[in-house]
Design a protein around this ligand. Structure first.
Ligand code: ADP
Ligand code: ZN
Ligand code: ZN
Length: 740
């Protein structure tokens, strides 16, 4: 006979699993209920293994017979590792995004905590100069410039630096550090670092705010006492960062921390540096470039209140921070805020919810706000702050369309474009060329029979990467050596078709042999720190050509760039996704915004085969708000977001039929419900075959958000009962950003 449990206490635990509910457990041995706070992690038996879960609540009763409940194996925290605030945010996000509660709780934790590591600052290797190193004179290292640079950096910062911090500053610093260490100048330690303020804080660089900035700051200051969403809609170079600084300053003065979300820290090291130069407080960083230990340390420091400023990417929105004072989102339109797999949350929208919960303001900044945010501003839900002019003396660049129809193009460059490049280089300025296709060419074609190098596993071409002698699929990553012969007709006359950054760089090097060509794309910056190095080279440089993909569009301040050339604007004009034109417009305006940010007026040239296209014409007038208004009218007529609310049910399987059958059955089920949403499809995904699997989708739409959610709540639990539900892989994407 089983003995009754000593205590009646039952723990309700969120356990990462595909099941959309929590699980009940008994107390661990020798533990009292009051020792276990909601928000603490526990190790529990699950299935045949063990998992790490988070206690959601205490219960006195379970729907499951007590005799069938298992005890918790181990209590991992004696305090709430997920604060009450974050627990309730995750509860909300789990409901909103229809994602299993246990997985949502788990997603809020840094990897190591998710795996059960103790929640304490863990030692990290750090490097700093010792007494001797500090007094080394520069001429000692005259013939070792890299060592000198690192030495001087260490002399200036004069603090223990972690690998993560060094990565941000120096490419391949480890070898150089070893050299310095061999000379006996370096003190290496394993220690729990706490974020320390940058040594060189310089507030004198703060410019006097202009009228528009002042108004925006005042609006934010007077919103500090409660929940309010403010859209900071400021053209590129209008000084949005100064407005962020002012807001953060106010919040810090009230002794509260600030949370700043950015699209990708690796891409915007400058923003971080500016914050470090401005504020003499510890700043915690949270982004995917950090190793797991560093990331957990930052997270714990933020939670402990040791870092009044937290700057992070998407998942940093879940960082526990006591008495949070404000949330800022830079480049709020950026797609990387939406997670595109698994937990498909939108960090901007979660952040708004968090601000509402915490009764604090949230500022969404962008030169090209999303249509969602503009719509919210028009509806009066967001306060709309505008910075219509560039700050300081910088003027708007002049934008011109180059009609390339019937023009001779040399490797994708029109004569006018080449002349303009020459002109700006002659004046010792910089040229930025934008081409949103990496690789050498989009594919390889057989000149004799027309065969194209396609991916066997995807409905896509293989991209030619000439320097690595590879054909590579950017969708499934499969790769092979470049074919020597056409597999269809045996011809050896295989030619690259179209143009990517690698090919354009080659053409430019031939044409402008005396100028440095700097290519910036995922391939050229694969190694850690390379992008920083390249950007640094560009900061001070003259007479260079920068050529790159959308990585170049992101917020970089490149004062010597006076010409921006967009080599192919047509790519985005006719995309199948209903957001394609919005994206294209944002991208072009962001790239164009890199021109003339110094004291020289900039010029932007856009090559297109569709110079009459209304969207392009909106852009050349620098009128993003007109452009966006036109798009909003289209969206409203087509009854698309932000005027309606959508979700996407995606399914994939190894046969073409199964996803369709599953989605059709799901649709039938949905139509039986008392308040069905509008269901469209099933249709094949834009790229039907990817990585060997066939994909299809069903679009769910409703006029009201609440109607959409009511429908999903009743419909989704039934789907797992469909016979095909176990044969296909399916997922729901609430507020889907990409219909594909
Ligand atoms: P944004 O983020 O809106 O693109 P930034 O904040 O990067 O713009 O500002 C662009 C440049 O203008 C920076 O060099 C900044 O120092 C400068 N700046 C900002 N505000 C002012 C101002 N009020 N007066 C003069 N220069 C300013
Ligand atoms: Zn052929
Ligand atoms: Zn592929």
């Amino acid at each position: 006979m089983q003995s009754a449990p000593v205590s009646q206490g039952i723990l309700q635990v969120a356990v990462p699993s595909p099941l959309p509910y929590t699980f009940d457990y008994l107390l661990p041995a020798h533990c009292e209920l009051k020792q276990i706070v909601p928000g603490a992690r526990v190790r529990i038996p699950f299935g045949r293994g063990q998992k790490i879960g988070v206690v959601v609540a205490h219960k006195s009763d379970s729907e499951i017979a007590l005799s069938r409940l298992k005890p918790v194996i181990e209590l991992l925290d004696d305090e709430a590792i997920l604060t009450a605030e974050i627990q309730s945010l995750m509860q909300w996000a789990s409901r909103y995004y229809q994602y299993p509660i246990g997985e949502a709780f788990s997603a809020a934790l840094p990897t190591l905590l998710r795996q059960g590591e103790a929640a304490k600052l863990s030692g990290e290797k750090t490097w700093r100069l010792n007494q001797t190193g500090r007094s080394v004179e520069a001429q000692t290292l005259q013939r070792a410039p890299r060592q000198l640079a690192l030495l001087q950096h260490l002399q200036q910062t004069d603090k223990a630096l972690t690998a993560g911090e060094l990565d941000l500053q120096f490419e391949n610093w480890r070898g150089v550090m070893r050299n310095l260490a061999e000379k006996g100048w370096i003190d290496i330690r394993e220690q729990a670092t706490s974020p320390s303020p940058a040594a060189a804080v310089d507030t004198t660089t703060a410019p006097a705010l202009n009228a528009a900035q002042t108004l925006a700051c005042e609006a934010i200051h007077s919103a500090l006492d409660g929940f309010q969403s403010l859209l900071l809609d400021g053209v590129t170079g209008s000084g949005k960062t100064e407005v962020y600084f002012s807001a953060v300053e106010q919040v810090l003065r009230a002794d509260k921390p600030a949370l700043i979300l950015v699209p990708e820290i690796g891409l915007t090291p400058q923003l971080l540096k500016r914050f470090q130069q401005r504020f003499a407080v510890p700043i915690a960083l949270l982004h995917s470039g950090l190793n797991d230990k560093a990331r957990m340390n930052s997270w714990l420091q933020a939670k402990a209140g040791d870092a009044p400023i937290v700057i992070g990417t998407r998942s940093a929105v879940f960082t526990p921070m006591a008495r949070l004072g404000i949330i800022l989102i830079d480049e709020e339109h950026d797609l990387s805020f939406k997670q595109q797999e698994g937990f498909r949350y939108h960090a901007r929208d979660v952040a708004i919810r968090r601000a509402q919960q915490a009764e604090i303001p949230i500022v969404l900044g962008s030169a090209t706000p999303s249509l969602e945010s503009l719509h919210n501003a028009r509806q009066g839900r967001f306060q709309h702050l505008t910075l219509p002019e560039r700050a300081g003396d910088a003027a708007h660049p002049k934008i011109r369309l180059l009609d390339v129809r019937q023009q001779k193009l040399t490797e994708g460059f029109s004569t006018t474009m080449l002349q303009a490049i020459q002109y700006h280089l002659d004046k010792q300025q910089q040229v930025l060329l934008f081409l949103n296709r990496r690789g050498y060419a989009p594919t390889l074609i057989c000149h004799d029979c027309g065969w194209l190098a396609n991916c066997a596993r995807c409905d896509a071409h293989m991209i030619l990467h000439k320097s690595r002698n590879l054909l590579r699929c950017h969708h499934c990553d499969s790769q092979r050596r470049i074919d020597a012969q056409c597999p269809d007709c045996g011809s050896v006359d295989l030619r690259p078709l179209g143009q990517g950054t690698e090919r354009a760089a080659e053409a430019l090097a031939e044409r402008f042999p005396h100028n440095e060509i700097i290519r910036i794309d995922r391939d050229s910056t694969r190694r850690k720190g390379t992008l920083q190095k390249l950007l640094k080279q560009v900061q001070a440089g003259r007479g260079q050509i920068l050529l790159g993909t959308q990585m170049l569009a992101k917020g970089h301040h490149l004062p010597n760039v006076t010409l921006v050339g967009i080599l192919d604007a047509d790519q985005g004009l006719f995309g199948i996704d209903f957001r394609a034109s919005e994206r294209m417009g944002q991208l072009i305006i962001q790239v164009a915004g890199r021109a003339g940010r110094g004291d020289q007026r900039g010029e932007v040239l856009i090559q297109t085969h569709h110079p009459e296209h209304p969207l392009l014409n909106g852009i050349i007038n620098h009128d993003y708000s007109r452009f966006a208004s036109d798009l909003l009218i289209e969206r409203s007529q087509a009854r698309l977001p932000p005027f309606r609310h959508i979700a996407l049910l995606r399914a994939e399987a190894s046969s073409r039929e199964q996803p369709h059958k599953f989605l059709s059955a799901a649709r039938e089920m949905g139509l039986q419900l008392t308040a069905p949403a509008e269901l469209l499809g099933p249709i094949p995904a834009a790229m039907e075959k990817r990585a060997g699997r066939y994909r299809a989708l069903l679009l769910i739409q409703a006029d009201k958000r609440i109607a959409l959610h009511n429908f999903l709540r009743h419909w989704l639990p039934q789907l797992s009962q469909l016979p095909l539900a176990k044969k296909v892989r399916w997922s729901i994407d609430v507020d889907a950003m990409e219909i594909g």
